[in-house]
Design a protein around this ligand. Structure first.
Ligand code: PLP
Length: 226
């Protein structure tokens, strides 16, 4: 094994040992090279998360077809066709106009696109000022979910959230768990909760996460951006 293989295997083994039963690990591979994804593949990983279409598409092209790609970045309308053609799951849905487009494209491609509803987990006062933060508010949640249920090409699978930086993630995870219960009343199969990143995934699992999205704890520090 190469030094990089050994390094990734160690980190992955460490995370796997901590996974609660039934929790799906999504390895966030954004900004990491295809060679790292190949190592992950050889170690048995098949769930990869990417934030940008221009990284997602070439990676999906280069890697084996039995991988599930999880798109979790900001959605741009003009990239949706490429995203829908590759992604098994979209975690970052927070606009109805994107949902309509996704539905249309999915039907055209003969599929249903599985989507999580992204919720903004920032404390309220903060969420108002920082409008650039992704996710819909808890207040908008019900109406948004009901809007999605009307779209034949969209399959809602659950809720997704990113806990606020440098704060206790528990209140946010609690909100997410409550909204998940709300969602189940109208969409009984939408029980997934995608939450938890490298810094807070153990706590996220205590709050019912079914999908954790880990990058740096497995692959190390990212070189650029995000
Ligand atoms: C980058 C990213 C992650 C992974 O972050 P790490 O802290 O490296 O584990 C998870 N979710 C989203 C939405 C991200 O953008």
């Amino acid at each position: 094994m190469s030094a990089r293989q050994i390094e990734i295997k160690r980190a992955l083994d460490d995370v796997r040992a901590q996974l609660k039963p039934g929790v799906e690990l999504v390895v966030v591979t954004k900004n990491f090279p295809i060679s790292d994804l190949e190592i992950l593949y050889s170690l048995g990983e098949r769930q990869y998360g990417e934030n940008r279409e221009n990284e997602l598409s070439p990676k999906a092209e280069a890697l084996p077809k039995d991988i599930d790609w999880h798109f979790q970045g900001t959605i741009q309308s003009n990239k949706l066709r490429a995203i829908v053609s590759v992604a098994s799951y979209i975690h970052s849905l927070d606009e109805l106009r994107h949902a309509s487009k996704i539905s249309e494209l999915a039907l055209e491609m003969g599929k249903k696109q599985s989507c999580f509803i992204q919720v903004n987990l920032d404390p309220e006062e903060f969420a108002k000022q920082e409008s650039n933060r992704s996710g819909i508010s808890a207040e908008q949640f019900k109406a948004f979910a009901e809007g999605l249920l009307k779209l034949a090409g969209v399959e809602i699978v659950g809720v997704m959230g990113v806990a606020p930086l440098n704060e206790d993630p528990r209140p946010g995870f609690e909100t997410l768990r409550n909204l998940s219960q709300e969602l189940l009343k109208v969409a009984p199969n939408a029980g997934f909760i995608s939450s938890g990143m490298s810094g807070d995934y153990q706590i996220a699992m205590e709050y019912g996460a079914t999908h954790i999205r880990l990058g740096s704890s497995i692959l190390g520090p990212r070189r650029v951006g995000e």
